[in-house]
Design a protein around this ligand. Structure first.
Ligand code: ADP
Ligand code: MG
Length: 237
């Protein structure tokens, strides 16, 4: 993945001003609540309009204020998974997953659905109503829906934050499976050090709308957290 970004966005009480280049296929954006993580995600996916700057993903220019380029969300080839799965509760899992699939262009239907369901361990859930599923199962279904659109990049905005500890750690191997099987690069957003260590190789640390540090996850963990937290993280890692 080659993602080149320079973005400014001001709200009434908050200004985001970041420039970064991400190249590892498993990257993370880490920062405390309110630091601007979701704003970055919304700008990358096209849900929010930046005030200035550019977004380049590989050869594609997704946004460029000077050149007046602004691809719509569905033209960006960027998939998103949110903290809450945003599924239709009274539809079956299968209908949820295939809802919108008919709009995926034929040449983009590269991923075999049955294979994907196996990778995510959801084959036996397909006929169930979404309202009967656990939070972790819902997130795997949301991810299946996103992966089937064959995105060039998947953004995950705190996908584990709403899950209890047990479910959180059950879902991580599935997320990794998707990555290993399909090689779709991802940006994983979280305020958890442990999740960053499990999910990413490269991390962008942000604070108050600015990039604080950027580098290899393990190096940043060692550099940025004191020995106390280090030993705590190692205990449960
Ligand atoms: P994070 O995801 O890191 O918790 P956010 O990107 O959601 O942080 O929010 C960063 C700041 O921007 C917060 O102070 C939030 O209130 C503000 N903000 C985000 N979106 C909007 C918006 N649409 N209008 C006004 N303020 C916003
Ligand atoms: Mg957020």
């Amino acid at each position: 993945m080659q993602l080149d970004v320079e973005l400014k966005k001001s709200f009434k009480n908050f200004t985001l001003d970041v420039a970064f280049h991400l190249s590892s296929p498993r990257t993370g954006i880490f920062g405390p609540s309110g630091s601007g993580k979701s704003t970055i995600m919304n700008l990358l996916s096209g849900l929010e309009l930046p005030d200035s700057g550019y977004i380049r993903l590989g050869d594609a220019v997704l946004f460029d204020a000077k050149k007046k380029i602004n691809l719509k969300p569905d033209q960006r080839n960027v998939g998103v998974v949110f903290q809450h799965a945003h599924l239709f509760p009274h539809m079956s899992v299968k209908r949820n997953i295939f809802y919108g699939y008919k709009r995926v262009k034929l040449e983009n239907r590269r991923i075999d659905p049955d294979g994907l369901f196996k990778v995510l361990g959801i084959t036996q859930l397909l006929s169930r109503d979404v309202s009967t599923l656990s939070g972790g199962e819902r997130q795997r279904i949301a991810l299946a829906r996103t992966v089937l659109s064959n995105p060039q990049l998947i953004l995950m905005d705190e996908p584990l934050s709403a899950l209890d500890e047990g479910h959180k750690f059950q879902i991580i191997p599935y997320l990794k499976n998707v990555f290993d099987n399909y090689g779709i690069p991802m940006i994983f957003i979280s305020h958890s050090v442990l999740e960053m260590r499990m999910m990413t190789d490269e991390v962008l640390m942000i604070q108050k709308g600015r990039v604080l540090q950027h580098g290899a996850t393990e190096e940043l963990v060692k550099k940025s957290w004191g020995r106390g937290l280090e030993s705590y993280v190692n205990l449960i890692h």
